[in-house]
Design a protein around this ligand. Structure first.
Ligand code: SF4
Length: 314
């Protein structure tokens, strides 16, 4: 079996984005500053490997603040952002909190607030129940913002408010699907106000473009990332829609389909913005045990974005 040669096209950029790096750093620095344990509301980023490694150094993950037993300990809000009621609740509990919301998600929060202040009815393009969507919808009062998940929602939407419409989007959507939804919205509501700069973030856009570039050349495509990671799941869809029908998510519970890989000449690999590179290396090392592999990294752009961590942790 080892003699079988497989070519690996490794998409770049892949893996950690600046918002994820910052959120993980915030947890580590908080533990350095305050000691363990530190509470984290929701998975800091959607990756089991990351969450497990932070648990080992003293992070305790909860879904809601009322679950926190020792409220004298600080709590960190995850990179996905939180509705306004969450910091208010922390203040009620007299808890110290540190906000690890990605600055690019915070930008969408501020846009949403400003649109509401200026009297618009806001439409949020995104996926129901994703924590980022819950966070963005929770920036303004209920009824002032409506969720649009797909073209059907656009077709069925009635502007009952009679106010001007404006839209914002989740940061980790499919670039192509979102374009279609936006063009349907503009067709139905030509006056709709759009964000000055698009809300899908640079990391989502670059990772999707890198996968798109090589998908056609691959017999199978593997995206390393968790099942609840929106941008990882989108990458699988992008690979499928861009010419590699046999595209899979490789998460913590996956087994590697060696039998299928054996029939391939070329496979593609990428990873979601919350997946550490070690998981990509582990995957490739597992393939190396079975096959002779030739790796070619296909880089479409160099990323050099970094975000500062909150001053109080320095
Ligand atoms: S995927 Fe984009 S919005 Fe989400 S944490 Fe990374 S940079 Fe921020």
């Amino acid at each position: 079996m080892k003699n079988k040669e497989i070519k690996i096209l490794l998409a770049s950029p892949r893996g950690f984005c600046a918002g994820v790096e910052r959120a993980i750093e915030i947890v580590k620095k908080s533990i350095d500053k305050y000691g363990a344990p530190i509470y984290v509301r929701h998975e800091i980023v959607h990756n089991k490997h990351v969450v497990d490694s932070l648990k080992k150094i003293g992070a305790i993950f909860v879904e809601e603040l009322h679950e926190i037993k020792d409220k004298s300990r600080p709590v960190i809000f995850s990179a996905h952002g939180v509705p306004k009621k969450v910091p208010a609740e922390a203040e009620n509990f007299k808890m110290e909190y540190i906000d690890a919301t990605c600055p690019l998600v915070s930008k969408v929060h501020r846009e949403t607030e400003n649109l509401n202040k200026n009297g618009a009815q806001v439409l949020l393009i995104g996926h129901k129940n994703h924590p980022e969507v819950i966070g963005t919808m929770g920036q303004i009062p209920r009824g002032k913002i409506d969720l649009i998940e797909n073209i059907d929602d656009v077709n069925n939407y009635e502007n009952k408010s009679q106010k001007k419409l404006a839209y914002v989007t989740q940061t980790t959507l499919s670039v192509d699907d979102t374009k279609e939804i936006i063009s349907a919205l503009k067709k139905k509501f030509p006056e709709i106000k759009e964000p000055k700069k698009e809300d899908i973030c640079y990391a989502t856009t670059n990772r999707q473009a890198a996968v798109k570039k090589i998908a056609k050349e691959c017999d199978m495509f593997f995206i390393i990332g968790s099942k609840n990671s929106s941008n990882s799941v989108r990458l699988v869809e992008v690979a499928r829609n861009s010419g590699c029908a046999n595209s899979r998510l490789i998460h913590s519970g996956s087994t590697i389909p060696l039998g299928e890989i054996k029939k391939c000449e070329t496979i593609g690999i990428s990873s979601g913005a919350s997946a550490p590179e070690i998981l990509v290396n582990n995957f490739i090392n597992n393939l190396k045990k079975q096959f002779t592999v030739a790796i070619e990294e296909v880089k479409i752009v160099k990323e050099n974005i970094t975000f500062k961590i909150p001053g109080k942790l320095n």
